[in-house]
Ligand binder design. Structure first.
Ligand SMILES: [Zn+2]
Length: 263
């Protein structure tokens, strides 16, 4: 059993965490999840109380109402993603909860299929990716209606912008004054060329009728041409490498299309 009186969260002693979970109702749902987020996952940071809350999040994910299950899985995904980002500090906590984390990823997949047209679909999908350890995509994936990613060309190191969606499916060089210049069309991956993650995401998006996501994924997991050096490169590994080294996955001026938590 967790002795909550020994733990602190970002707003003080952590003994209010089990109280917040126990008092969760449809009437106070929005405020309660906002309070839990503020206490357990703030400004990209987590604390030992965040991991102590994973069993409580698991209980909600298994037995809660659909909106609470989604919120629990999204918050669990956020906590696990931040924990994985600061591995040395939280390795033991991640290890201790590994079974539960894997179970919540499976639950998130099932909840996506059950309620494919919910408002928080992408948030839950990103929660699933975080729980599975695909951190770059958990941070960056949206519904691909107008997505920009920043990558480095693996051949010449140039900063290349990848656009997928309504502004075109292309690679380009982002110029401060002239916008995205020297555009080159992306080559989408054919079904047999997708990486295991790309193929799985495409099958989930297709299964759940996520039209924009299903259209964009073959481009995101396809091939770009570097404008300066003209060499082709695979976008997904370049993006994952960029996030692993630089952290920040998105370009300035772009917005995530979804919001964490539930309303
Ligand atoms: Zn290049």
């Amino acid at each position: 059993m967790t002795d909550w009186s020994l733990l602190h969260h970002f707003e003080g002693p952590a003994d209010d965490i089990p109280v917040l979970f126990a008092s969760l109702t449809p009437q106070n749902r929005k405020r309660t999840w906002r309070d839990l987020h503020g206490r357990l996952c703030r400004d990209g940071r987590v604390c030992p109380a965040s991991f102590a809350a994973l069993p409580l999040l698991w209980e909600v994910a298994v037995g809660g109402s659909p909106p609470d299950r989604d919120a629990a899985l999204s918050l669990a995904g956020d906590i696990v993603a931040k924990g994985r980002r600061y591995r040395e500090e939280y390795d033991a906590a991640l290890e201790a909860h590994a079974f539960r984390i894997a179970g919540m990823a499976t639950l998130a997949d099932a909840h996506l299929a059950d309620h494919a047209h919910r408002a928080h679909y992408i948030s839950l999908l990103c929660g699933m990716l975080a729980l599975e350890g695909h951190l770059a995509w958990a941070w960056a994936l949206d519904d691909l209606t107008d997505t920009f990613l920043a990558v480095h060309c693996p051949h010449c190191g140039a900063d290349v912008t990848i656009s997928v969606g309504r502004y075109g499916d292309h690679s380009a060089i982002r110029d401060r004054h002239r916008g995205d210049i020297d555009r080159r069309p992306l080559r989408p991956a054919a079904a047999g060329e997708l990486s295991p993650l790309g193929a799985r995401l495409l099958s989930i998006a297709t299964r759940d009728g996520q039209i924009s996501l299903a259209r964009g994924l073959p481009y995101l997991f396809g091939t770009a041409q570097c404008p300066p050096c003209a060499n082709p490169f695979a976008i997904a590994p370049a993006f994952e490498k960029r996030v692993a080294s630089d952290g920040e996955p998105r370009l300035p001026g772009t917005q995530r299309q979804h919001h964490r938590g539930t309303g």
